[in-house]
Design a protein around this ligand. Structure first.
Ligand SMILES: NC(=O)c1ccc[n+]([C@@H]2O[C@H](COP(=O)([O-])OP(=O)(O)OC[C@H]3O[C@@H](n4cnc5c(N)ncnc54)[C@H](OP(=O)(O)O)[C@@H]3O)[C@@H](O)[C@H]2O)c1
Length: 244
């Protein structure tokens, strides 16, 4: 579902070449937003990444060269956008304080979505290595709030596409099914919920009522709807929005 013309925004995605970020970029374009992606290398040696960037450009996405560690590049990119969506990976979560600093300096951002896209980090009990990861996300929330930046936290639980191939073993994500042993964290009796990216995106996009009742965060397009204040998260997934 496309937003009306007046609801279209200028969206900057930081981490747009990542596992989650590339879906957010595609959805932003699909929803008619003027979309740019901060890229560290506009001509990467990795053919798959190069092809992804070509597909971005072909679909009208502007590539802006920059880096989390280059403050000037961040401020420049942020100054030409309304909404900043960070989809940087687990290793860069702490560095998002640099995005917060740049947003404050730029002074024009209407909404910031930090890299969340998982469980609601303040409502789940976890053990390491996940606990440390979540603590970083909580710390960033406090900083964003202290700085008074309008924000939305998108919480969608785990993606089945991420966790099922490793049969839920968080230490083996990305490397396929464990061949001889599975590491079970905690007491092994914890119940969890997984979200299916494709299944929910299909139903959620089919109508606004699906968007309202299922979740705003399974499909990245709906994340953008949330930026525009079109829908609020309901159901088992949640979306924290400063306009609440
Ligand atoms: N709910 C779930 O099941 C689930 C699953 C996975 C992830 N997540 C969450 O989703 C979020 C994104 O994770 P991901 O796995 O999609 O991340 P990812 O695949 O590791 O992607 C990282 C992105 O950050 C960019 N990046 C790295 N260093 C950078 C720097 N110095 N400056 C600018 N950009 C930089 C990378 O760009 P390059 O192309 O230049 O490397 C890439 O686009 C995280 O918050 C993660 O916790 C949730």
């Amino acid at each position: 579902m496309e937003p009306d013309k007046e609801e279209r925004s200028r969206v900057l995605v930081i981490g747009g070449t990542g596992h989650i970020g590339k879906h957010i970029v595609a959805a932003s374009v699909r929803h008619g937003h003027s979309t740019s992606v901060l890229v560290r290398d506009a001509a990467p040696p990795d053919p798959a990444k190069a092809q992804l960037l070509t597909s971005f450009v072909d679909s009208g996405v502007a590539l802006i060269k920059g880096d989390l560690f280059n403050h000037e590049s961040l401020v420049k990119a942020i100054k030409s956008t309304d909404i900043v969506i960070s989809a940087v990976g687990p290793r860069q979560l702490a560095e998002q304080t640099r995005i917060v600093t740049a947003i404050k300096e730029a002074g024009n951002v209407k909404r910031f979505l930090p890299s969340e896209f998982g469980s609601d980090v303040e409502r789940v009990h976890t053990v390491d290595p996940v606990a440390s990861l979540y603590a970083g996300k909580v710390n960033l929330r406090r900083l964003i709030e202290a700085e008074g930046i309008p924000h939305t936290y998108v919480c969608c639980n785990g993606f089945a596409e991420t966790y099922l191939p490793s049969i839920g073993d968080v230490t083996a994500v990305g490397s396929g099914p464990p061949s001889d042993k599975i590491i079970v964290l905690g007491d092994g009796d914890t119940k969890g919920k997984l979200a299916s990216f494709s299944l929910y995106s299909k139903s959620a996009l089919s109508s606004m009522s699906a968007c309202m009742s299922v979740t705003c965060c399974i499909d990245p397009g709906l994340i953008l709807d949330a930026c525009s204040g079109i829908c609020g998260g309901r159901g088992h997934s949640s979306l924290h929005d400063t306009s609440d």
